[in-house]
Structures are given as structure tokens and as C-alpha cells.
Design a protein around this ligand. Sequence first.
Ligand code: SAM
Length: 471
Amino acid sequence: MYNPKSLKAEEFINHEEVTESLAYAEENKNNLPLIDSIITKAEKRKGLSHREASVLLACENEERIKRIYDLAEQIKKDFYGNRIVLFAPLYLSNYCVNGCVYCPYHHQNTHIVRKKLTQEEVKKEVIALQDIGHKRLAIEAGEDPVNNPIEYILDCIKTIYSIKHKNGSIRRVNVNIAATTVENYRKLKEAGIGTYILFQETYHKESYETLHPVGPKHNYAYHTEAMDRAMEGGIDDVGLGVLFGLELYKYEFAALLMHAEHLEAVHGVGPHTISVPRIKHAEDIDPSAFDNSISDEIFAKLCALIRISVPYTGMIISTRESQAVREKVIRLGVSQVSGASRTSVGGYAEEIRPTDTVQFDVSDQRTLDEVIKWLMELGYIPSFCTACYREGRTGDRFMTLLKNKQILNCCHPNALMTLKEFLMDYASPETKRIGEGLIAKELQNIPSEKVRAIAKERLSLIENGSRDFRF
Ligand code: SAM
């Protein structure tokens, strides 16, 4: 039985509810009065249910799709302004005991060299990341209780936060490791992590079990209920995601929104972020073996629909996607992007970019300076801000900030100050020139006169060598 408040995976991601929603969507895909009423509801910026959003996903009417895209763009502007938050993944270890058939880390893969960073190597990676300007990381590891126990992950987090190289510092560490216990989530919370990210891969239980034939990840319920345990352990910012390409996208989309509804119903706060990875070629992995891959058009439609269905949830796009695709979906709702990512263990400390296929092919291979310049030329403010989490504005406190539209008096000046730090410490002359112009222009968009004056003063302090201010 479908029950969004249940703590049982098969009740809150209920297969019958997903299939009935898809059937309802199919029946109504040409029902324009219904479609118009759903779009009108979305215009109120309070989100959509999985069933309503599924109808819009099924709709192929070009005029309505354009309305959906325009609305996604507008909601993005209203809630997130023109800021784009930057981060980089840091791969700690590719040891893994699971058998995920789409992932090159799967334990039977003998083509990759297994490697786990020592704390000395973590330090080298972090210095390399700080030296290009990163302030926010997402740490990644395979699942291996012997090689990557929670103590190892905690040691790495401690090392990462402890390194202060030149003007560099990592101010927020998000964590993407396998589903674990409440006790371990509590330890991660105590270690000061930002968001706990875990991709569901697929919500379709039968496919999930086939795609994860062996290892602890085989357990669908344990994996799907992980966010509830994370929240029980005190982590109130959690990040959902589906690996698009494994199952039918309409199924995944409805179930993903059901997961968000479940978190809201049980914990009073929805997911902090949703990631939208698509399956890529990798060592020992041929993406064409998975026949549910989606076109760039459908991918964009999914992003736009996520934006209007859960307006308060940030959206993340990685360098799995090309510059062109990233450009398209940033406009439609993405709020965070990775830049200059290296997906091999120890990759950042290597002088020449290693072939990254060890985890997956990186489509966007530009440097961080190039990514920053590109974003600014598109009219965005690249932001390295980590203030909310450091000020304790997580979970529902962050959502309140967003709902009260205080972003322009808070996140906007924080974005400008962190961009200024990047320009002073890491940017090329051309990027610096563009950035200085952008900051001068964007300062005028801070509504509160008082906040604007403080921001101006802090920008000149940054110019003179001070760092790390925040509202
Ligand atoms: N091991 C952790 C787990 O089990 O959740 C998380 C780390 S894993 C390195 C991060 C994510 O990479 C996975 O959740 C999966 O969605 C994604 N991934 C794995 N293989 C991929 C591929 N071939 N193409 C794109 N993404 C992939």
C-alpha cells in the first residue's frame, strides 16, 4: 500500500503507485485543460505532486512544453537568482565489494588499479584543489568495510578541513558514500559534513536487484531507506539522485518525486539537492549495454520539470555532461555545477589530466578558470559560498531563507565576496577583468542599503588581503 509517511521503502516508493501514476499521465497527456491547470498550479511556486508532474512529463504539446521551460527559468531566477555554486568531487578510494554492473568500481573488474589515498595523499589532492580555487568538495568512495571503513572516511574529512594552503581552505565537505547505519551518519554529522548524497541509481526494485547482483548494495530497502537513517542521525541536508539510463525515465522521475514527498512528509523537510547523472562510458563499462538512455531533449525536460516540481531543492549537474548540455540545463534550473573535476583516485595531484575513465568519462574537461569565465559570460555569478551550512542554516532553516526570498540580501552578497576571493587568488587576468565588472554591477542588486554598504566594505577588505566573510 502506498504511504508517503511509511518508513518502509516499498510503501513510500510504492510500485503500484508509480505505475498507476504513469498510466494516469499517459491517459491525460493530451488533456490540455488538465495540463493547463497543473502548469497554473506550478506557477504558484509551491511545487507539484509526482502524479501532476508525470502528466507534464508525458505531455508532448510544444506550446505547453515551452510554457514549462519558461516557468522553470523564471522559478530558477526567483529562487536562486543568477548564482551558480561550484564544487569538485574528490575520489578517496576505488576499492569496492559491490557488483554494480554499470560502475567500473565493481569488485570483479580487474582492469582498474585499486587505490586508496593515504592521509598524505589526501593532503596533496586538497592542496591541488585549493590551488585552483575550490572551497567545496564532494568526497566519493566505493563501499568496502575493510579498506574504506567509516573511520577512514572520518580521518579524510578531518584532514581535508585541517589544510590551509596559502589563502586556500575547504569550507564544506559533502559526502557521497554507500548507505550506512544511523550511528555512522551521526559520526559524519559530528565530523561537520554538509550534504549527505546518495544516488538511488534506480527506484525500480526488480531492476535494482538485477543491476546490483551482489554485495551490501543489493539490498533495495536498506539503500532506499538510507536518507531516513541519515536524518535520524542528525543530517538534515540530504541529496537525492537517479542514474538516468538504467530504467525507464518516466518511472524514475515519478519515484524520485515520491522520495522527495516522503522526506517532506516524515521529516518536515525535502531533499536539499537532486543530482541528475546520466550513465557514461567507463573502464569495463559500455553505456550502450543499458537501453534506457535518454536524449538531451528529454534530459532538459526532466531538469525543467524537477525545477518546477520541487522549487526549494537545489539541482546539481556534474562534468559527466558536456559544456553544451550544461549550458542548457543551468538555464532551466540547475543551481550547482562541478568544475575541473578529476574522477580518478589521486587525479588532482597529477600534473597532466589522467584518463578519467576509471570512474566515468568526463565530458567537460575545462579548467576551473575557464568554467568561471564561461559562467560569467553567460550572465551568471559563480559562487564559492558555503555560508548557510556554517551558519547552521541547514534543513528547514535553509528552506525558510529561500521561502522568505532573503536570498538577495544574503546569498547574493556572499556569492560576490567568494567570487572576489577567487579573482584575487586564482583567476587569469581576463577572468579577473570580467569578474570585477560583474561584481560592480551586481552589487547594485542587493536590495538592503545596509547590506550593500557592508558588502562593499568587505570587498575592499578582501582586496587588501582579508578572507572568509559571510552574511
Ligand atoms: N559507492 C557509493 C555508492 O554506492 O553510492 C557512491 C560513490 S559512486 C563513486 C558515485 C556515483 O557514480 C554512483 O552512485 C553512480 O550513480 C555513479 N556512477 C557509477 N558508474 C557510473 C557510470 N558508468 N556513469 C555515470 N555515473 C556512474
